[in-house]
Design a protein around this ligand. Structure first.
Ligand code: HSE
Length: 399
């Protein structure tokens, strides 16, 4: 019997317990008859009436002291106490499996190093892309490649909101509320809509792809809160969808440029068709070319699916050391100099726009002038936008 402790019994943690019951027979078949047993559930709350209510503990000590527990599932969210508890569990010689992107982005390299030292695993498949297999494929199946770029719709909540706004003309707040009810959003949904969740996920993917810690503080992070229905319609009429992307790309200067921001994605690009809670991640390797991963990016059972894949890896004794060096990335390029073309929505007059930007095609939508710029470096664009002396919103256009 394999004894597991689940730390955090919210949307994902309860999904993990449900999956263990639902797929018990299949898991036994895949682990030479071993039975998985949830021995402890660590949570501040009680769960009266739940079949596992008698497993609930409110402190980590019994889990750390119980040698029968070999795998700890961390689905608490937030940095602390999740980081502290994960570290303690690893130091106590237990493998840790997590869905916590905040901890992985911030402390992943350190926890991976502790796991290696203790001869156990620290696995985090569920931290990016919900149910989509992406960490292991990048680490294993694409290991023969140098990664040229990773571009992903990495937040289910934002993709759900943008889809609902565009297709059903729902307002932002209603769509956000629905995504909270469906268990997609973070406890504080600002992390979703202001881009930080995507930023953490692209930090994890770029650390994995390029071998050192890409810290979220070094990544430009913009969210979707300024996007309106009119922006989505303009995009559609001009052959684009608007998607919040996390993107890391290695350019000809050898530097890696990482950003989180909404982009106008051309209709010909498969990511433009990834809607609702789905995430899509395009990886370009120098040998394989393009690979696209797609699936449900948030929600209880899809995320539990990824958590349980890691648990099964530990059970099958596939000793895994997935990760990157505990060193700050020294390969990042300055994103403020990166050139893109841009969709601009502004209150400035058409004459002023043309004086500043030259012969652009300006149209009017509900009191706003909108246009698309030529390719221009971000720093130069900001100077020009300043010269408009009027309110503006910018969305980059994906090349
Ligand atoms: N809030 C996250 C999302 C959950 O919407 O993608 C999955 O990481």
């Amino acid at each position: 019997m394999i004894n597991i402790a689940i730390m955090g019994f919210g949307v994902v943690g309860s999904g993990v317990a449900e999956t263990i019951t639902l797929n018990a027979k299949a898991f036994a078949e895949r682990t030479e008859g071993l039975e998985l047993n949830v021995k402890y559930i660590l949570d501040l709350r009680e769960f009266p009436g739940h079949p596992l209510a008698d497993r609930v503990v409110h402190e980590i000590t019994p889990i750390l002291e119980d040698e029968a527990v070999t795998i700890v599932v961390e689905t608490m969210g937030g940095t602390n106490p999740a980081y502290d508890f994960s570290k303690k569990a690893l130091l106590a010689g237990k493998s840790v499996v997590t869905s916590n992107k905040e901890v992985v982005a911030k402390h992943g390299a350190e926890l991976q190093a502790i796991a290696r030292e203790k001869g156990v695993s620290y696995l985090f498949e569920a931290s990016v892309g919900g149910g989509i297999p992406i960490i292991r494929p990048m680490w294993q199946c694409l290991a023969s490649n140098q990664i040229k770029s990773v571009t992903g719709i990495l937040n289910g909540t934002c993709n759900y909101i943008l889809t609902k706004m565009e297709k059903d003309k729902e307002d932002f707040e209603t769509a956000l509320k629905q995504s909270q009810e469906l268990g997609y959003a973070e406890r504080n949904p600002a992390a979703d809509v202001e881009g930080m969740d995507t930023c953490r996920k692209i930090s994890i993917l770029s650390s994995l792809a390029y071998g050192k810690t890409v810290s979220t503080e070094d990544v430009i992070c913009e969210g979707i809160t300024k996007i309106t229905y009119d922006d989505l319609v303009f995009a559609r009429e001009n052959g684009y969808s608007i998607k919040l992307l996390g993107r890391a790309s290695k350019e000809d200067d050898g530097k890696v440029y990482v950003i989180t921001a909404p982009f106008l994605v051309p209709k010909e690009n498969a990511l433009s068709t990834v809607n609702d809670v789905y995430n899509g991640i395009s990886v370009v390797g120098n040998v394989v070319g393009d690979v696209l991963f797609c699936g449900r990016g948030a929600g209880s059972l899809p995320t539990a699916s990824a958590v349980m894949a890691d648990v099964l890896d530990v059970v099958r004794d596939c000793k895994k050391s997935i990760g990157w060096k505990d060193e700050k990335a020294d390969f990042l390029g300055d994103m403020t100099c990166f050139a893109t073309s841009n969709y601009i929505r502004t209150k400035a007059e058409e004459n002023t726009i043309k004086t500043v930007f030259g012969a652009v095609n300006v149209s009017n939508r509900n009191g706003w002038n909108v246009f698309i710029t030529e390719q221009i470096k971000n720093c130069e664009l900001l100077t020009k936008l300043e010269k408009l002396s009027a309110e503006w919103v910018r969305i980059r256009v994906m090349q």
